[in-house]
Ligand binder design. Structure first.
Ligand SMILES: Nc1ncnc2c1ncn2[C@@H]1O[C@H](COP(=O)(O)OP(=O)(O)OP(=O)(O)O)[C@@H](O)[C@H]1O
Length: 630
């Protein structure tokens, strides 16, 4: 986890893993069982009803034994009753079996929903840098598809394998009643059928994991291609993307083929052993019948029973192999399940006071904060790193960083690209967490409860996200109970009201995915309006007006500062365009993760060889050049 590589040992984000990194069946079953919740009894009922399949298969040899014995002794009335009883029982068992399969499928769907929801929730609570370093398509694959494979284990083990094992058990008992020596022979040879899949279990698990990994890569390709259509066309590189797709697909096909070979090998081993046992038994009982050691009914029952043994033996070999493959998917979901979550504490909603006016000290402080990004933060990367046991710590970006945003003040952070400004802002917004030191928002430490600290901050990032839906819904996200007047006021402060009003459906205009139907500046203004509506005591704007023209930016900043002053809010602005921040009470200039200068615009401009002065000159110079060339 980022930052924690060189940080505190007692970090509240650390938590015991829920399952081992390579989960065993005996860990997975209780875990899945507990996720069935109230459906457990119904699941048991479903499994019991599904056993009717087995009962049907077992009563056939019984019926045959009686049928031939009655025929031999000429008891035709008994034959008639036997046939009627058998057909009625068959019909009833079939209906019960259908109900059982329906119920079982239903409970497995509920289980999958529960597990996928839990994983999705866990993924949402991953520390930001971990979540952002993981490809969303990969997370989706783990949350939805891999969890599906894992949850189906419960049905495979309890229903499919359980039925086959019981069928074997009863068939063997029945055989024992007919001829115990033959039955014992069959029983002793049975493990041979599982030997192949047992010996190859690690290979099957690894290939299952590699197939799931590569399927995830394919989905990532698909998603990248769909989300970057404009870039692909602009650079005329659709072929490059297609080639990438074909390349990855070929790798996937190779893995599918490899998996098929291992499956075939396992299948062939269990088929051959089962066949040898079946034919061996048939030959032995036929010889016993010729010798007169068993009667005709027993012979017929044996002939049918042996296929009741052969079928389950075949299935068990195959199912055991499938289970090993599902364990590969379990490794992938364990990576999410076991990942550290960001700090959280139950919020006492009554005591939280997010509104700016209600907070005494709208302040933000970074106390001796150290922080560094982890190169292996992503779920996939972390998996690879764990496999390679590479624990080289990443160097910290911020070291003993100290800064304080005073109540009701306006502070700006400037500096060259990559100097750490956004990182400082994200730490302040409770989105990233220090490895050592603390960040306090209005007195609440982010490490102790991120959710609580975030209640005090309105954060507008460089690239705001707009959800599919209406403009109104997107704004109300920040304050669902806001009145129409509040909504319009916030949009007016952000200089968004006029353009929203001019749209055909005004505030009800439905945006396309990611708000692609709007300009960059319009999206930024909506994000600012959302933050204004949230009305929190601390406002952080990270390059939030970079896409606006100078005049609009000036108006927005003026309105925001006026509003902040009225509400006593503290404002932190990060900007490359220095005109945005020249009115700030304090300007902080950063370089390589450290503060190199602090002062007002006038003070910093007077510093010879100062960073701010040099940045201002660069900006002014380019403006002058532009004016001259115009
Ligand atoms: N999620 C991340 N994972 C790994 N490294 C990151 C991540 N985000 C930022 N960095 C690295 O941290 C350093 C500081 O990044 P940051 O975004 O804080 O800089 P910045 O000053 O805001 O830059 P800019 O002005 O270009 O937005 C950069 O070297 C960047 O590559």
């Amino acid at each position: 986890m980022a930052g924690h590589r060189y940080g505190r040992e007692d970090c509240p984000m650390k938590q015991a893993p829920r399952i081992s990194a390579t989960p065993r069946i005996r860990e997975l079953i209780p875990l899945l069982w507990s996720r069935l919740g109230n459906s457990r009894m119904l699941f048991i009922l479903a499994i019991l009803l599904c056993l009717t399949d087995m009962v049907i298969h077992l009563i056939i040899p019984m019926m045959m034994e009686f049928y031939f014995d009655f025929l031999e002794t000429g008891e035709l009335v008994k034959v008639k009753y036997l046939l009627i009883g058998f057909n009625v029982a068959l019909l009833a068992l079939t209906v019960l079996g259908l109900i059982g399969h329906y119920l079982k499928q239903n409970q497995i769907s509920i289980l999958h929903r529960n597990v996928a929801l839990e994983l999705a929730d866990h993924a949402q609570r991953l520390p930001l840098e971990k979540a952002q370093a993981s490809h969303s398509a990969d997370l989706q694959q783990r949350i939805y598809w891999d969890s599906n494979k894992v949850t189906s284990l419960l049905a495979t083990i309890f229903n499919s394998m359980g039925t086959q094992i019981l069928m074997l058990f009863f068939a063997c008992i029945y055989m024992f009643t007919l001829q115990w020596q033959v039955a014992l022979g069959v029983l002793l040879l049975m493990p041979l059928c599982l030997l192949g899949s047992h010996l190859l279990r690690n290979r099957l698990m690894n290939i299952g994991k590699r197939v799931a990994d590569q399927e995830s890569v394919m989905k990532q390709c698909q998603q990248d291609a769909l989300q970057s259509m404009d870039m692909l066309r602009a650079f005329d590189v659709q072929d490059w993307m297609s080639e990438r797709f074909v390349r990855e697909r070929k790798k996937l096909n190779k893995l599918y083929m490899r998996r098929m070979w291992w499956q075939l090998l396992v299948q062939t081993l269990s088929d051959t052993s089962a066949l040898l046992i079946a034919w061996g038994t048939i030959l032995v009982v036929a010889w016993l019948a010729v010798e007169g050691k068993i009667h005709i009914g027993a012979l017929m029952a044996f002939f049918i029973l042996i296929w009741r043994v052969y079928g389950p033996l075949l299935s068990l070999g195959k199912l055991w192999g499938e289970i090993q493959e599902s364990k590969g998917a379990a490794i992938r979901i364990a990576s999410i399940w076991n990942a550290e979550k960001e700090p959280e504490r139950e919020l006492d909603k009554e005591s939280v006071m997010p509104a700016a006016g209600a907070v005494q000290e709208a302040s933000l402080t970074w106390h001796n904060v150290s922080f560094g990004y982890d190169e292996h933060a992503g779920i996939q990367e972390a998996e690879k790193q764990a496999a390679e046991e590479d624990n080289t710590p990443s160097p910290p970006l911020l070291d003993q960083f100290r800064l304080s945003l005073k109540p009701a003040s306006f502070m700006a952070i400037v500096g060259s690209s990559g100097s750490g400004k956004s990182t400082v802002a994200k730490l302040g917004a409770g989105l990233l967490f220090p490895a050592s030191g603390t960040v306090e928002v209005c007195g609440a430490a982010t490490m102790e409860s991120a959710e609580q600290a975030r209640q005090y901050v309105s954060y507008v990032p460089q690239r705001p996200y707009l959800y599919a839906g209406s403009i109104r819904d997107n704004l109300l996200l920040a304050k669902p109970e806001a009145s129409e007047a509040e909504l319009i006021e916030a949009a007016t402060i952000a200089e968004a009201h006029t353009f929203i009003h001019e749209l055909p459906d005004g505030y009800h205009t439905v945006m396309s995915e990611h708000g692609n139907s709007l300009s960059g500046g319009q999206k930024q203004r909506l994000a600012i309006a959302r933050a204004v509506l949230a009305d929190r005591p601390v406002w952080i704007f990270d390059e939030a007006t970079s896409a606006l023209d100078l005049e609009t930016e000036r108006k927005v900043m003026e309105a925001i500062l006026k509003r902040a002053k009225e509400r006593g809010s503290a404002v932190l602005v990060i900007a490359h365009r220095l005109t945005t921040v020249q009115e700030a009470d304090t300007i902080v200039a950063m370089e390589n993760g450290s503060i190199v200068e602090t002062g007002t615009h006038a003070e910093l401009l007077h510093r010879e060889d100062g960073l701010y002065r040099s940045l201002w000159r660069q900006m002014d110079g380019s403006r002058e050049t532009a004016l001259h060339s115009a």
